[in-house]
Design a binder for this molecule. Sequence first.
Ligand code: SAH
Ligand code: DHB
Ligand code: MG
Length: 221
Amino acid sequence: MTQKLWDDVDEYIEKVIVNEDSALTDAIRDSRNSGLPEINVTAPQGKMLHILAKSVAAKKILEMGTLGAYSTIWLARSLPEDGKLISLELQEKHARVATKNLERAGLSSKVNIILGPALESLAKLQEGNEGPFDFIFIDADKGNYPDYFRHALKLSHSGTLIVIDNVVRNGTIIDTTNRDQNADGVVRMYELFKELKGFTATTIQTVGKKGYDGFSLVLVL
Ligand code: SAH
Ligand code: DHB
Ligand code: MG
């Protein structure tokens, strides 16, 4: 089985099942034209995030890693009228493109992008008692995943669903000899899955336009 087949099947799923609208395709187009890295979740994955957030009836969502707000749009669209989403982003340019994409999607009033290193923003969210969140999506720099996961637990309540992207990394997570910094961050987060209590977790491997990777699902008990 090849990347070409995974791409073709993703395109089939997009056409037959997902049906992105113009706000989503415009967000992708503007992100590309602005030179942002093309590492957003795929359309089927975005819709999965939307469905998961809706399944827990999320009113408060936290996202780490905004990029051009593609995943943000999918998630914010799961919110009720009075729902809110906070998204954390390091790069000013990414936040600027994201802000425009959110405006076009009509979601500006529901979404707040906090610019800066996510670890600093997370500390401030805790100090300001901004939690708990009902749904948390972790998708920023992978080396900090252990700390992001600890913060996510602190900003959760019983029933919070935490979803984490890029947790298989082409299978390199089981390579003990030459893991890169990203895979290493994921594995150190998995060590916390063993060490910490109060949640139940799994990881699902995925293939598609983003190659071979996976998502972790963590339900806070
Ligand atoms: N969730 C997005 C993709 C995020 S890509 C989507 O699926 O559409 C990862 C993002 O995390 C990038 O925009 C990157 O700038 C941001 N990032 C990297 N390091 C960060 C940090 N320390 N704090 C906050 N954001 C960071
Ligand atoms: C990278 C980051 C992501 O969030 C992703 O989904 C894929 C790749 C990266 O930094 O390479
Ligand atoms: Mg990702």
